[in-house]
Design a protein around this ligand. Structure first.
Ligand SMILES: *[C@@H]1O[C@H](CO)[C@@H](O)[C@H](O)[C@H]1NC(C)=O
Ligand SMILES: *[C@@H]1O[C@H](CO)[C@@H](O)[C@H](O)[C@H]1NC(C)=O
Ligand SMILES: *[C@@H]1O[C@H](CO)[C@@H](O)[C@H](O)[C@H]1NC(C)=O
Ligand SMILES: CC(=O)N[C@H]1CO[C@H](CO)[C@@H](O)[C@@H]1O
Length: 782
């Protein structure tokens, strides 16, 4: 029994931490002074540019995530004095963006960015003498992306663009014959997370991490097959990883893992335990993504770190010297000779394969091209032995909807549009007047009891500035509203018995004070406060989830019990179901009647209830749409309605707003879902098994000067006849970027108003007979 005794002793020692390679005491903990900071900017990520000649100063490029000034800014990395404020050299309004990176090309260097507003990946030239100038290439990238990193392989300069469980790899390169720059997709693949950041080691290992604190990695191999992604470890210690970067030491490589309160430093060969932590001398600071500059400069002899930060004064970029880090790590670890133009590539394919026409530049050469059976490994959208033939998804639904004119590039015949010309483009008829805030979300339509043309659109503004509910007529003219609360989603309950009368209510979850916020809708469509209109969450909720914060919401009027319900969820996917009642002293009151975690526990927000069928439909942003029985005494068992494309469905992340149009019978009607990254909407049959009907998007209406919908979020629809102009009701959607007629972007958001008849009754889809499925006499009070 001796050995077993020894073993248990060993286990005990392990548990007590005696034989850990490094104990907490060995770790360094340093605080970097912030030596310079920019003025206020919506910062998320930064990239540093090393000019090719040392006589030029390094610059840094920081994103700008704001709606109005969005794009990126270019700054001098080091001022004349080391403590000087960072000097801005230029601003590029390419649209709200989280992502910027630098690509070192063979002869020229580039700054790349991805706009969330129009989904365009843009390439600008950069050099030490002139800084950033000249747009060189653009490529439309559909999807929702949150991390970008670059790597120099022998084949070319790769840019990884990663987002909601999906990733792309592009080559940024000179076109043949010196005809400018092109962006070529070389790989697309699913990823297990939605990363906040990624970085690539000198050996070509891509690291990515996000919310959960877990870090994943895969190899940047020259092939088109999806990479094998493995979990490296929970380097964030359970906290969200905000940034990942590499420090290229002389011999060692360091992985820097950015958390909200600082940066953990790991030796890449020993990821089991961090060497120490970097913090900044600003106690309020929350660090976002960051970049490292390794070469020496006056006042920054050991290089510097540039970070996106937020403190009491708002968001900005800050710069700190790395000298304290190398005091802790040892001067010997310092590498101020690092040059990002150097490349060490262990996974290279032969660059040329003459027998296969070098794959025409659109594929990877096989290891041995002399083998008679050898064929090229073609980039997405190309095929054939030598990658000389283009292909497109569904062949662009050819010939009626479009033709394939490039690798995965469809040229569509209007009104069709989208990736494979299967999406119907239907312009909005109107937009609401500006809301007074930059961020709207999920709207609702209130139907007037007697004159449906006097129905109202109720919108939400969730940004701190201008927050509240706006009320508009059916042409988008503002008629009223209430301010405050930062509501995300608004819905309408009709005919609630209250203090001896029947009232209509506008119901939302207000994030400003973490309450359910309720207003009465007067018979003329004005919003007024109502006793009990602010419902704090009961203490029981904090017992379910300590950090519960209200997010999405929707309402349900039970046909079985007549009860009125409100569903409220947190980002964690915990749904709370409340029953609404009135107290004897004339106040609204809510009782928690059920709670459950929805879907796969990914982030959820939009929901809608089919009252007639007692079905709750909710969107899990990265996964799809689920339905649940809405009755509180029923088990909460989710049924998947559709998945995102990553999982074989027809949706695209983020799955955001969900709305419903009733039919004349239970077997008719539609569910409409908004897909944020694609700015498209999917229509499904309301009746199970919820067959996919079609998708649509909302382009510019040049005639009326109503701009297109981009980065769409919340949505609402009714099928009821709302007067001559709206015989089949309308769809109202959130629009992220309110593009001004003369170019540029307006600071305040608007909502777009589309005729449901223009979509379902469109000439181009007439043969589907979709209008039959709408009940234009639908009356929510019946
Ligand atoms: C092409 O293939 C043939 C044999 O199939 C081989 O003899 C020749 O060397 C190859 N040429 C090149 C340039 O690889
Ligand atoms: C794709 O459509 C074109 C016409 O637009 C047609 O010529 C071609 O044969 C089609 N390709 C396939 C693979 O069906
Ligand atoms: C409001 O509802 C809660 C939860 O059901 C209940 O405990 C409370 O007594 C109600 N308030 C009044 C005044 O009826
Ligand atoms: C809760 C409920 O009534 N669900 C029904 C919705 O409609 C389908 C199809 O008729 C039924 O199978 C469900 O039971």
């Amino acid at each position: 029994m001796k050995s077993s005794h020894n073993l248990s002793g060993l286990i005990l020692l392990c548990l007590m931490g005696y034989i850990h390679p490094t104990s907490a005491a060995d770790k360094f903990s340093i605080t970097l002074p912030i030596t310079a900071r920019t003025s206020s900017v919506e910062s998320d990520s930064a990239a540093v540019y090393y000019p090719s000649k040392s006589k030029y100063s390094p610059i840094f490029i920081g994103n700008d995530g704001s709606a109005e000034t969005g794009g990126f800014h270019v700054y001098e990395l080091y001022g004349k004095r080391s403590d000087a404020l960072v000097k801005e050299l230029g601003a590029y309004k390419t649209g709200r963006s989280k992502l910027v990176e630098v690509v070192y090309g063979e002869d020229r260097d580039f700054v790349v960015t991805l706009s969330m507003s129009d989904g365009m990946f843009r390439v600008f030239e950069v050099d030490g003498k002139n800084g950033v100038r000249g747009l060189k290439a653009e490529k439309l990238v559909r999807g929702d992306f949150s991390a970008m990193c670059t790597w120099k392989s022998k084949v070319g300069e790769y840019v990884y663009v990663l987002g909601k469980r999906w990733g792309y790899r592009f080559l940024v390169r000179e076109k043949k014959g010196g005809r400018g720059v092109e962006v070529v997709q070389t790989q697309e693949f699913g990823i297990p997370i939605e990363p906040n950041s990624c970085t690539v080691s000198p050996e070509g290992k891509v690291f990515l991490a996000g919310d959960s604190g877990k870090v994943f990695s895969f190899l940047a191999v020259d092939e088109t097959a999806a990479p094998k992604i493995v979990e490296v470890g929970e380097l964030g210690g359970g906290d969200e990883v905000k940034g990942l970067k590499i420090y290229h030491g002389k011999k060692d490589t360091y992985l820097l893992v950015g958390l909200e309160d600082g940066i953990e430093v790991f030796d890449i060969k020993k990821l089991g335990s961090s060497l120490g932590k970097i913090q900044f001398d600003d106690e309020e600071l929350e660090v976002g993504d960051f970049a490292v500059h390794q070469t020496s400069a006056k006042g920054y002899e050991d290089g510097s770190i540039v970070f996106a930060g937020e403190d009491g004064e708002g968001k900005f970029f800050g710069v700190s010297s790395l000298t304290p880090l190398f005091k802790a790590l040892g001067k010997g670890k310092l590498n101020t000779k690092y040059d990002p133009r150097d490349c060490t590539d262990n996974h290279a394919r032969p660059k040329k394969c003459a027998n296969l026409s070098d794959c025409n530049g659109y594929g990877y050469c096989p290891k041995d091209s002399r083998d008679k059976k050898a064929t090229c490994d073609c980039f997405p959208g190309l095929t054939g032995k030598t990658c000389n033939k283009i292909t497109c998804p569904s062949n662009c639904t050819s010939p009626s909807h479009g033709t394939c004119t490039g690798p995965n590039i469809c040229t569509c015949i209007p009104p069709f549009t989208g990736e494979n010309c299967a999406t119907l483009a239907v312009p909005a008829r109107y937009e609401t007047e500006e809301s007074g805030g930059a961020d709207g979300d999920d709207p609702a339509i209130w139907i007037h009891p007697t004159d449906k043309t006097k129905s109202r659109i109720i919108t939400t503004v969730k940004s701190e500035v201008g927050s509240g509910l706006g009320v508009y007529d059916l042409k988008g003219k503002r008629t009223g509203g209430v301010s405050g609360g930062e509501p995300n989603n608004v819905d309408v309950l009709y005919g609630v018995e209250f203090a001896g009368r029947k009232v209509d209510l506008a119901v939302a979850a207000c994030r400003a004070d973490d309450t359910i916020c309720i207003y009465e809708i007067t018979p003329t469509g004005d919003l007024v406060t109502i006793p009990g209109g602010v419902q704090p969450l009961p203490p029981a909720v904090k017992e379910l989830e300590k950090k519960f914060k209200v997010y999405g919401s929707c309402v349900y009027h039970s046909p079985k019990t007549g009860a009125y319900h409100i569903f409220v969820n947190s980002k964690s996917s915990l749904y709370l179901q409340f029953q609404l009642s009135a107290t004897t002293d004339g106040k609204l009151n809510t009782t928690l009647v059920r709670h459950f975690y929805a879907g796969n526990r990914g982030q959820v927000e939009g929901c809608v209830v089919d009252d007639e069928n007692s079905s709750l439909f909710l969107g899990e942003e990265p996964y799809g749409i689920w339905s649940y029985d809405a009755e509180p005494d029923q088990p909460a068992v989710g049924t998947l309605v559709d998945n995102t494309v990553v999982d074989g469905g027809k949706l695209h992340a983020d799955v955001e707003g969900v709305t419903l149009v009733y039919g004349k019978t239970k077997k008719e009607g539609y569910i409409i879902v908004s897909c944020q990254g694609y700015s498209e909407y999917n229509i499904y049959q309301r009746y199970p098994p919820h067959e996919f009907v079609m998708s649509f998007s909302i382009p510019d209406n040049k005639e009326k000067g109503v701009d297109r919908v981009t980065n769409t979020d919340g949505i609402t629809a009714v099928g009821a006849n709302l007067g001559k102009e709206w015989p089949y009701g309308m769809v109202v959607v959130h629009d992220d970027v309110n593009e001004a007629a003369g170019g540029g972007v307006r600071a305040d958001a608007t909502f777009k108003i589309v005729g449901l008849g223009d979509i379902l009754g469109n000439k181009a889809v007439k043969e589907l007979g979709l209008l039959k499925g709408v009940d234009e006499n639908w009356d929510p009070r019946k």
